[in-house]
Design a protein. Structure first.
Length: 109
């Protein structure tokens, strides 16, 4: 297991910041990449984590035609989250439903 202690200092407050941004914000991928708040998601404060993952889940599974840009942004965010999660926690808890949606978005793009 790699040491990410220098990558981030306090992931839960970062999730509060991310939760305040629209999923289509270009800041979210940058924050996730630079601070790596989801390396060990099971150890985070669950309220902001669940709020973030619920928003992501809603965008990914949305059937609204006008959600194209948000869904594409959510797919990119989901990719970053899955890559970052060393525990497999997010995939086991949330990601099972994302796979088909993300593959469909990639094939349409």
């Amino acid at each position: 297991m790699s040491d990410h202690s220098s990558s981030f200092t306090s992931p839960s407050p970062l999730l509060y910041l991310i939760n305040s941004l629209p999923l289509s914000s270009l800041s979210i991928p940058g924050l996730l990449s630079s601070h790596k708040p989801l390396v060990r998601p099971s150890q985070l404060t669950q309220q902001p984590l669940n709020k973030f993952l619920n928003r992501l889940n809603s965008a990914l599974l949305s059937k609204h035609a006008d959600g194209g840009a948000e869904r594409r942004a959510a797919c990119e965010i989901a990719r970053l989250v899955v890559e970052q999660d060393e525990e497999g926690y997010v995939v086991m808890q949330w990601g099972k439903g994302w796979v088909g949606t993300c593959l469909s978005a990639v094939s349409v793009s």
